[in-house]
Design a binder for this molecule. Structure first.
Ligand SMILES: [Zn+2]
Length: 496
């Protein structure tokens, strides 16, 4: 798996890659491979006498390149045996590609059960004071973004909502009463329009926030993505949940705040990020309650809403807010337990990393496998966010495809940085090829490759080195794209 600078790639089962096979290349590069020079450095058969010297040299160079990338301190530092395992697993990768990877300083680490993840350098504390200090900047950003979205979507959303409100109430469906809704079609269309518009606005909000690199996020109700993939009912529930209003106390709880101090701290950050817009969202909610009280049909109903209004004024943090209408942003900060049972704060990306690797506090799981409900095991991760360029592999996956898969992520992300012109065209074709693998008829090299274009690229890379024939047969487009990426990386890696 990988994680980008924005940390949206979620936990997923590890790549089901076949264990590395001995090179089956008959001493020659199969036709059409990207880097014939590098391939001939590793023939499967015994080297011809004149080749021995060159071979030794490239083996030595490859080992040297890999050694140079290994983490040299912290709990990610590989032991001698682990380092040897890594050299062997990555031994099939073209030297030029390794040189390309090592040039901006890729770091390779190994995680063992019980390793402390801050010490391994894969977690970083998200300091609430630092977010607070950026309050004015964040508020200006949120305000501007809100104005832009309002200008673009406000009128259209309002008019659809007005049309919906103007329709007579739908008849209640019940046993023995079949009164069809004469406005069903119109109602359905309007709901669809509303959903499309809100979806577009939400995506635009998310993209803008992501691009800004600021320590804020749009508020979303977290859902278990694995569960959602398998269950339409869970998907439906998530959708309904996402449409429900949420109080600031609820937002704090969803971000892991447990003590009153934490709720207060989170609340303060919400205030400093959203400023007067948060107050406007509250007023809006109170206005709704007032209207409901006025429209009440019975004295009991009226009393209920008036009581709600009174309670809300006393406890503003409990007022249910329409966070989507008001484009509220939340601090990108989660309260999590550290390995000493205390609380620490990390961003969403690191929270996901923790969930993937950790069973207790901030240490990696002692028994990696057994605690995962669906039996999936994380075998490795690549980190590119915040200028990080680091891959970690778990101790038991060193001899599997995981090191090459993670290296594939590193090459993908590094190419994006180093040769954007090449990358743009390549990425567009990769995404198109990935889109063709979706659905039941979609066919590619592994189920995991279907996850997203990033995993598709990494799986292509791993299978290219482990079973090129299988890759070519299963997904010729991915084979060609991987070949192209490797050729480009090798060329940029150059010769010494
Ligand atoms: Zn991956």
């Amino acid at each position: 798996m990988s994680s980008s600078g924005v940390g949206t790639l979620t936990a997923a089962p590890p790549p089901p890659i076949t264990p590395p096979k001995p090179p089956d290349r008959g001493g020659q590069a199969p036709a059409g491979r990207g880097d014939g020079v590098a391939l001939q450095e590793r023939p499967a058969g015994p080297p011809r006498p004149g080749q021995v010297h060159n071979l030794m040299q490239t083996h030595a160079e490859r080992d040297q390149l890999i050694n140079g990338m290994l983490m040299s301190d912290g709990s990610g530092k590989p032991s001698q045996t682990e380092a040897a395992s890594l050299r062997s697993s990555l031994g099939a990768v073209d030297t030029g590609v390794l040189r390309f990877a090592s040039d901006p300083g890729l770091k390779i680490g190994v995680l063992n059960p019980g390793d402390e993840m801050f010490q391994a350098g894969v977690l970083r504390r998200q300091d609430p004071k630092a977010i607070q200090a950026r309050g004015p900047e964040l508020q200006a950003f949120a305000q501007k973004l809100d104005a832009q979205l309002d200008q673009k979507y406000g009128n259209r959303l309002d008019s659809v909502k007005k049309e919906l409100a103007a329709l007579p109430e739908a008849p209640m469906a019940g046993f023995g009463m079949s009164s069809p809704d004469p406005h069903a079609e119109k109602r359905g269309n309007l709901f669809q329009q509303l959903q499309t518009l809100e979806g577009q606005r939400g995506k635009e909000l998310g993209d803008a926030v992501e691009k800004s690199g600021l320590p804020v996020k749009p508020f979303v109700i977290p859902t278990d993505s694995k569960q959602m993939l398998g269950s339409p009912a869970a998907q439906q529930m998530a959708l309904v949940q996402a449409m429900m209003p949420m109080s600031t106390a609820g937002m704090a709880a969803i971000h892991g705040a447990k003590t009153p101090e934490q709720v207060k701290e989170f609340h303060g950050l919400l205030e400093s990020i959203n400023g007067p817009r948060l107050q406007a969202a509250r007023e809006d909610a109170l206005g709704g309650m007032r209207q409901a009280a006025e429209r009440a049909k019975t004295p009991e109903e009226k009393a209920h809403f008036e009581n709600l209004l009174k309670l809300s004024r006393e406890k503003p943090e409990a007022i249910p807010l329409d966070y989507r209408k008001h484009n509220l942003l939340v601090p990108d900060m989660h309260y999590v337990a550290d390995d000493k049972g205390k609380t620490t704060t990390v961003d969403l990306h690191d929270k996901m990393t923790l969930m993937d690797w950790s069973g207790s506090g901030t240490r990696t799981q002692k028994a990696f496998d057994e605690d995962n409900l669906d039996g999936s095991v994380i075998e490795g991760q690549y980190f590119s966010r915040g200028g990080m360029n680091k891959m970690v592999v778990r101790d038991t996956a060193l001899g599997k495809g995981a090191p090459v898969h993670e290296l594939g992520h590193a090459i993908d992300f590094q190419m994006e940085q180093k040769d954007p012109q090449f990358y743009q065209g390549w990425k567009a074709r990769l995404e198109a090829a990935h889109a063709r693998t979706e659905g039941l008829e979609g066919k590619t090299v592994s189920e995991y490759a279907k996850t997203n274009p990033r995993e598709y690229a990494a799986e292509g890379f791993a299978h290219y080195y482990e079973d090129p024939k299988g890759l070519k047969a299963a997904d010729p487009a991915l084979f060609a794209l991987t070949e192209e990426l490797i050729a480009r990386a090798s060329a940029l890696g150059g010769r010494r």
